[in-house]
Design a protein around this ligand. Structure first.
Ligand code: SF4
Ligand code: SF4
Ligand code: SF4
Length: 275
């Protein structure tokens, strides 16, 4: 019983992913969904188990397992454009397939349960950015978040223009859009990390997916909370947070609350086990 309680979170996460895997497998009559969501569920649950066992690189292992699977296997080998352009593309074609399902689960409805867990554990862009040297921002946050709405609109306009112009070979164009889009994201993300001395500058200012992620994660079921009776206001949690979240404030309106990527750095570093 004690063991079950200790590992309750990985068990819940695995169960949710398995429920999605089996439901999609049976409703879509496609074995791929069983493999896909089981693999992701096992990877994330494994990471949570490693975290509970206090393994230092638990999160990085999940990032690599899920991020590489999505980028290399789904993106490059299976030709699935899992970037936001792929989401618009499948919406235009009216097909409820890989990229649309991926967005529905990971980035639109999933954040109601696990917030921006995608950003902490699965995104292949952040998987690379997190290797850079600026793990904690050394400067105050800039007021540049509006750029995400521009990139969001541009991605939509790009795909809409392809459909309206009735251009041929659109699937091939989407595949190349995936390759070029990723190269641009990595180049911009790495450049911004060095300019702002902040690995996650791309996530904070540019990433169009946050237009979905931020409002949905506001209502997230899973969130880091502060036990006020234990907290001594030492400020360590804020100093180690890559996303500038005021985690000592338990309200949903806390500063940068929708930026939390559940990386657990604050939890690991709190000297009073108050988080
Ligand atoms: S904000 Fe965007 S780039 Fe950053 S981790 Fe989330 S999805 Fe990836
Ligand atoms: S690190 Fe822990 S004790 Fe210090 S301010 Fe944060 S929650 Fe409170
Ligand atoms: S350090 Fe804590 S508050 Fe900051 S992003 Fe990570 S889990 Fe969220």
């Amino acid at each position: 019983m004690k063991t079950i309680k200790k590992y309750i979170y990985p068990i819940i996460i695995f169960t949710i992913f398995e429920a999605v895997a089996i439901t999609l497998w049976l409703t879509k009559n496609n074995l791929f969904y069983l493999f896909n969501f089981s693999y992701i569920g096992i990877s994330i649950s494994l990471g949570v188990v490693l975290f509970i066992k206090k393994y230092k690189y638990a999160r990085r292992i999940v990032q690599l397992l899920v991020g590489l699977y999505m980028l290399v296997y789904l993106g490059l080998i299976c030709n699935e454009n899992m970037q936001i352009e792929g989401f618009w593309y499948y919406l235009f074609t009216g097909v409820f397939e890989a990229a649309t399902i991926h967005y529905a689960v990971a980035k639109i409805f999933g954040p109601l349960i696990f917030g921006r867990g995608w950003c902490g554990y699965a995104c292949w862009t952040a998987m690379v950015l997190d290797f850079l040297p600026y793990k904690v921002p050394s400067q105050p946050r800039k007021k540049l978040g509006w750029i995400r709405y521009v990139t969001f609109a541009l991605s939509f306009i790009f795909v809409a223009a392809l459909f309206l112009s009735k251009v041929g070979g659109i699937e091939r164009i989407m595949f190349w859009a995936f390759i070029i889009g990723n190269v641009v994201y990595y180049a911009v993300g790495i450049a911004l990390a060095f300019i702002f001395k902040d690995n996650r500058a791309f996530c904070k200012y540019i990433c169009p997916i946050t237009v979905f992620l931020k409002p949905m994660s506001y209502f997230s079921l899973i969130r880091i909370k502060c036990k006020k009776d234990k907290c001594v206001n030492c400020g360590k949690c804020k100093r180690v947070c890559p996303m500038d979240v005021d985690v000592t404030d338990n309200s949903r309106k806390r500063a940068n609350g929708t930026e939390c990527i559940l990386c657990m750095e604050c939890v690991k570093n709190c000297p009073k086990d108050a988080l």
